[in-house]
Design a protein around this ligand. Structure first.
Ligand SMILES: Cc1ncc(C[n+]2csc(CCOP(=O)(O)OP(=O)(O)O)c2C)c(N)n1
Ligand SMILES: [Mg+2]
Length: 340
């Protein structure tokens, strides 16, 4: 693949992420989302620089704002949207939703709603990859909020000590809910923290997906040799923490400056200026993405919900029964339904 084709591919993925997030926001507003929370990653699309630096067989975990990462790793928007709508043909048969989606086939070891919760899982994956020697890496994606979680530092320490093929990727969108990053950490040169543990550390401008890709590729290459890394992507969360948050803690000036740092529009302008794609080519990509996500939204709304009797399937480890009170309650509901 030429460099230009790869850059155009990254633009396409970013556009698909933006369109997915817009449509999933509509799903929520239509009251069709199964969960009460929805975290959009609009403004953070340059994460595609990291997902593109990964290879088939690599694995990852995400935080609660992980739609973009999953699409970057090949997630099917239709199955993702169906999952968020709580439908049977979603990735987790409608039981995971946005914040607990997972798919072993694509290397998605799980989104996690606990801040920092998915970070140690990549260390475990890294131990098995190091032992198997197959050259895979595992990447934890998380937000700046996790930079104050102890589990991150235990994980960094182990990864460095045991030379594990892992990358810690922090999407620093400047806020953890309503708290700006300089109010949650006195010293927020986060790459310096990672270096102190012995990791290779880089910071990349989240407006520039190609810069993210360059930094991520170098870290991924080193991680495959057993030199773990940390990548920080500096971005801005365009909208509220979750769908209902109107961000009263930010000024309108700050928001409009933040939204002007748009990685999608920056990539589009760069491709056009470099003559890599014409306005018609780019418009075609935009239109295709919108159409794809319109279909995903329609599919999610029309798809069937799971049948009640399957409520506990895939929820507990194989061979483990559901807790007795819940199981009895389900049996009672099903038998009442049968009598009615
Ligand atoms: C351990 C823990 N503490 C608090 C929360 C509540 N909480 C949910 S999201 C969030 C902010 C996370 O911020 P960040 O990690 O920067 O991710 P972002 O939402 O900005 O993508 C908090 C505090 C939680 N889910 N888990
Ligand atoms: Mg944040």
């Amino acid at each position: 693949m030429t460099l230009n084709t790869a850059a155009l591919g990254r633009y396409r993925t970013m556009r698909r992420i933006r369109s997915f997030e817009e449509r999933v926001g509509e799903l929520f507003l239509k009251g069709e989302s199964a969960g009460s929370m929805l975290h959009l990653s609009i403004g953070e699309e340059a994460v595609v620089g990291m997902t593109d630096a990964m290879q088939t067989g690599d694995t990852f975990t995400t935080h609660h704002r992980g739609h973009g990462v999953f699409i970057g790793r090949g997630g099917d928007p239709s199955r993702m949207m169906a999952e968020i709508a709580g439908k049977e043909d979603g990735y987790c048969r409608g039981k995971g939703g946005s914040m607990h989606i997972a798919d072993r086939a694509l290397g998605h070891l799980g989104a996690n709603a606990i801040v920092g919760g998915g970070i140690p899982h990549v260390v475990g994956a890294g131990i098995s990859y190091r032992n198997a020697g197959l050259g895979q890496i595992s990447v934890a994606f998380f937000g700046d909020g996790a930079m104050s979680q102890g589990i991150l530092y235990e994980s960094m320490n182990m990864a460095a000590l045991w030379q594990l093929p892992v990358i810690f990727c922090c999407i620093n969108n400047q806020y953890g809910m309503g708290t700006r990053v300089d109010r949650s950490a006195d010293h927020h040169d986060f790459p310096a923290r990672a270096e102190a543990f012995g990791l290779n550390a880089s910071r990349a401008d989240g407006v520039d997906v190609e810069g993210v890709y360059t930094a991520a590729s170098a870290l991924a290459h080193a991680a495959r040799q057993g030199n773990p890394g940390y990548l920080e992507i500096d971005a801005y969360r365009f909208y509220g923490h979750a769908r209902m948050d109107k961000s009263p803690y930010r000024t309108l000036e700050e928001e409009s400056e933040g939204r002007a740092r748009d990685p999608l529009l920056a990539a589009r302008a760069r491709l056009a200026a470099a003559g890599i794609a014409s306005e018609a080519d780019l418009g075609g990509i935009d239109g295709d993405a919108a159409f794809e996500m319109d279909l995903a939204l329609a599919h999610a709304i029309a798809a069937k919900p799971p049948v009640l009797s399957t409520m506990f399937e895939d929820v507990y480890a194989p061979g483990t029964a559901a807790p007795r009170p819940q199981a009895e309650r389900l049996t009672a509901i099903l038998s009442e339904g049968a009598r009615a």
